[in-house]
Write a protein that binds this ligand. Structure first.
Ligand code: ATP
Length: 182
């Protein structure tokens, strides 16, 4: 993964996105554990903990986050300053300011593998179908490419534990190679 030094951040900020179940939380946890001083923000978890949820969306079978509140909170807690060193994971990417991130990793997964993972979570058939369709249509890949500069968007397979280890290694290397522009 190439280095981008367009910002004065001392450490890069990394966004991990992808369809639910592709492995964002698992990878973000590993990265945060592997890089000293790196902080993780799981956006869904944050919205729940800080009571920043809007109504329950019956159609999507999930809570909708209050984006304005979540973004303000994130800006104040690490994304707004020059320190950097935040790894964020969320199943969306077009809500965040483009300037926040130096690397955007989109995880993808084989449809059958994803189906099994979501079924193992006890999701309804409808919710599984919705998410697998999201993966088939490569919705998050397109959203990331529409929202961020092409050179910082990396699409990575996340089918196996080997993939996860490889993705972790690539992100850790990217962070290690980072040099601030000031
Ligand atoms: N690359 C992988 N290889 C094998 N299993 C994986 C991989 N990535 C994730 N898993 C497993 O798949 C399940 C879902 O992973 P995880 O919770 O990290 O996904 P997620 O993308 O963060 O989902 P959500 O958006 O719903 O939070 C977990 O049981 C995890 O252990």
């Amino acid at each position: 993964m190439g280095k981008s030094a367009a910002t004065p951040r001392r450490k890069p900020n990394v966004l991990i996105t992808g369809t639910p179940g592709t492995g964002k939380s698992s990878l973000a946890e590993r990265v945060a554990a592997a890089v000293e001083g790196f902080k993780r923000i799981d956006v869904s978890q944050l919205a729940k903990e800080q009571d920043m949820l809007e109504e329950f969306d019956e159609e999507l079978d999930t809570h909708v986050i209050d984006e304005d509140k979540v973004l303000d909170h994130m800006e104040e807690h690490g994304l707004g300053g020059d320190a950097g060193g935040v790894v964020v994971d969320y199943h969306g990417c077009d809500l965040f300011p483009e300037r926040w991130f130096d690397l955007v990793v989109v995880l993808t997964c084989d449809n059958a593998v994803l189906y099994d993972r979501l079924q193992a979570r006890g999701y309804s058939d409808k919710k599984i179908r919705g998410n697998v369709e999201c993966e088939i249509f490569q919705t998050l890949v397109e959203e990331a490419r529409d929202s961020y500069e092409e050179s910082i968007v990396k699409v990575c397979a996340s089918d196996t534990i080997d993939d996860m280890e490889e993705n972790e290694k690539a992100i850790v290397e990217f962070v290690g190679a980072w040099k601030s522009s000031v």
